[in-house]
Write a protein that binds this ligand. Structure first.
Ligand SMILES: Nc1nc2c(ncn2[C@@H]2O[C@H](COP(=O)(O)OP(=O)(O)OP(=O)(O)O)[C@@H](O)[C@H]2O)c(=O)[nH]1
Ligand SMILES: [Mg+2]
Length: 638
């Protein structure tokens, strides 16, 4: 069934609440203070069953200029507005301000209701009608029906109901496919039940028993029951007003302006990018970094407004802005917002949110302007593509994306699948549907090839690089799964070769750098040197080779495990090294300790080798030095 919500609007005392009562029999002014002062302060809620069968939800707002903030919260997300104008007073300041607010919030449809016609004669009524048509002629209400009624006598009420029925039929039904979201407009305690939060379900649907998160606090509670229009129901969906009874949450834990959503589906933000329309009626240009009140959903924050591509915004102009907020709010792109002045409290503008988790932008950047233009005017697919591109090589998951676009999960999934198929995106986590833009993937491939190339130049004698070692040379945000996908693809397409467990470029061969059989010669020389082996420099001089080349061969042999690096310049062949190590262990097991002269005697080598060697054994934690003696470390006895 289609759900439609009507909001009232109009100047104080023009008869909004009386009209709602005349239509529904319900007095929505519940508070003592409201009764005493005869004005509306908080939002009022009720409903009307129309002849067509549509149940029309009604939000009654206050007209008092001090409570415009409540009006904005009430008007946000309505389908129809009833602009109420008292026939005996005509168009007044909040008539205009409420009309501005509805325009900025992009309320699509509505009607004008002239009330209190019992107080005026025909002539005056005609005058007011003229005034009204003047006030609405350049607004979304220009072709809206104008109905004249008296809530006191009931005149015009039947005609009004039939107009409301027609308008409701014309309202486009909302889809319940999106993420569940309910901006809270009222919180109260119900005896025996506990905390109840009410609001309009902006998108999605929710069922009793599910767990909800209160944002921005992050508190969670289970739904004990749901009321829609005073009836207990199992499910509430987009376009309905709902009262949700939450278990495990105190009333003091929730405030008007908070948002209910499924856990972890939405994230609060203190920075948004938007397109701002600055109202023509404003007195002065809007300066960069101006501070104003920012309303979206049912929440209110203070915003510092950064003009992205100009020094100031003249009245009547629109432009891209970044707003930094004094408190976290919850919003999605395409959400509407209203700005009200901070000193003179008056509606000055509003517009559409484009990005709810942007970077801090540099001003006057062409790139930022073109990106925001795409978010404003581009398709959903383009917006998705842009967010994924900006996320870099780390990529984004479906859940991340749903916080950045105003699209239903199914729709986003379908678009992602299409882009993956076209290879515009690379999928690397099918469970979370995590993707990275193809250009970043390609860039990563290039940097793998560059890394290998540099590695071969630096270490010509090494056959290749271990996969894990290669990975440490890439940006840390590269997901391990993406890395493996890339490596497999590079191997499959012949761009790199996997040999044993090492990666190399296809053209790289260790043998090619070893035409003279130097590797073998080095190994033999070091082995022959036993416990007093030659250094790279000595061998280079001996054979008239370049020291760098010989050093590279040493490095290679160390990497291969054939040589052991004791310290810079002293490299043992593994065979004599292991022999002396065994002998040392045996000695220590029998004698418990050894002095350096004793060790020197054991190895029959000069101090140049003996001191580094015994220190090396300390270093690898085989031995422990105690004064001028060494003992076996605990745990090395066996
Ligand atoms: N004669 C006459 N009086 C009306 C009519 N409608 C409302 N009133 C009176 O006008 C006064 C204000 O009516 P409300 O319905 O409270 O006005 P409101 O627009 O809800 O006011 P706020 O919510 O404070 O902005 C009340 O004293 C009503 O009795 C009408 O059609 N005829
Ligand atoms: Mg009222």
């Amino acid at each position: 069934m289609k759900h439609v919500i009507l909001g009232t609007a109009g100047h104080i005392d023009h008869g909004k609440t009386s009209l709602v009562k005349a239509l529904t029999g319900v007095d929505t002014d519940r508070l003592k203070e409201e009764k005493e002062r005869g004005i509306t302060i908080e939002l009022g809620f009720t409903f009307l069953d129309l002849p067509s069968g549509i149940r029309l939800g009604i939000v009654d707002v206050p007209g008092h200029e001090r409570f415009v903030k409540h009006m904005v919260a009430g008007a946000w997300g309505i389908d129809l507005v009833a602009l109420v104008i008292a026939a005996d007073e005509g168009v007044m300041p909040q008539t205009k301000e409420h009309l501005d607010i509805c325009t900025l919030l992009k309320v699509k449809k509505g009607l004008v209701i002239l009330t209190k016609i019992d107080l005026v004669d025909r002539e005056l009524l005609d005058l007011v009608k003229e005034e009204v048509s003047d006030a609405i002629k350049n607004t979304f209400l220009r072709e809206a029906p104008v109905v004249a009624v008296s809530s006191t006598t009931g005149e015009g009420i039947p005609q009004l109901i039939s107009v409301l029925d027609d308008l409701s039929e014309e309202v486009e039904a909302r889809s319940s496919d999106g993420l569940f979201r309910l901006p809270i407009d009222r919180v109260f305690i119900m005896k025996g039940f506990g905390t109840v939060a009410t609001g309009t379900v902006v998108s999605g649907k929710i069922t009793s028993g599910e767990t909800l998160e209160v944002l921005p606090s992050g508190r969670e509670g289970k739904i004990r029951n749901i009321h829609v229009y005073n009836q207990s129901v199992e499910t509430a969906e987009a376009g309905q007003r709902a009262a949700i009874n939450l278990q495990g949450i105190e009333t003091s834990d929730i405030n008007r302006g908070d948002v209910l959503a499924r856990p972890k589906t939405l994230t609060a933000t203190r920075i948004v990018d938007a397109y701002l329309e600055y109202l023509p009626g404003s007195q002065k240009p809007l300066k960069n970094r101006a501070i104003h009140r920012f309303h979206t959903g049912t929440s209110l924050a203070t915003a510092s407004i950064y003009l992205i591509d100009r020094d100031e915004l003249s009245p009547g102009e629109g432009g891209f802005v970044q707003m930094r907020l004094d408190r976290p709010i919850v919003a999605l792109p395409q959400d509407r917002f209203v700005l009200r002045g901070s000193s003179i409290i008056q509606t000055i503008g509003g517009g559409v949110i484009l990005d709810t988790h942007p970077e801090k932008h540099k001003r006057f950047s062409e790139k930022v302007v073109s990106d925001l233009t795409l978010l404003k005017d581009g398709s959903g697919e383009e917006a998705l593509g842009q967010h994924i591109l900006h996320s870099g090589i780390g990529g984004m998951s479906l859940d991340d994306l749903l916080k950045r676009v105003a699209m239903a999960p199914d729709e986003v999934q379908a678009i992602l699948r299409g882009m993956i198929e076209k290879r515009e995106l690379i999928l690397f986590d099918s469970e979370r549907l995590k993707v990275v833009d193809f250009s970043h993937y390609q860039g990563l491939g290039e940097s793998v090839l560059t890394q290998l190339k540099e590695f071969h130049v630096r270490s010509p004698m090494k056959s290749g690089l271990l996969k894990e070692e290669l990975r440490t040379k890439l940006p840390s945000e590269v997901d391990i799964r993406l890395f493996h996908i890339l490596i497999s693809e590079l191997i499959q397409t012949g761009k790199i070769v996997l040999e044993k467990d090492k990666l190399r470029l296809p053209e790289h061969r260790v043998a090619s750098s070893d035409e003279k059989g130097l590797v073998k010669k080095v190994e033999e020389a070091v082995l022959k040197g036993e416990l007093q082996p030659p250094s790279p420099r000595e061998l280079a001089e001996l054979w008239s080779e370049e020291e760098k080349a010989i050093q590279a061969i040493f490095e290679h042999l160390i990497h291969e495990g054939i040589l052991v690096k004791i310290k810079s310049g002293i490299y043992f062949h593994r065979a004599p090294f292991e022999r002396v190590k065994e002998e040392l262990i045996r000695f220590l097991k029998t004698n418990k300790e050894i002095t350096t002269p004793q060790f020197k005697e054991m190895t029959a080598a000069s101090r140049k080798y003996v001191i580094p060697l015994i220190e090396y054994f300390d270093q690898i934690k085989l031995t422990l030095r105690l004064g001028d003696k060494r003992v076996l470390r605990a745990g090395k006895e066996g």
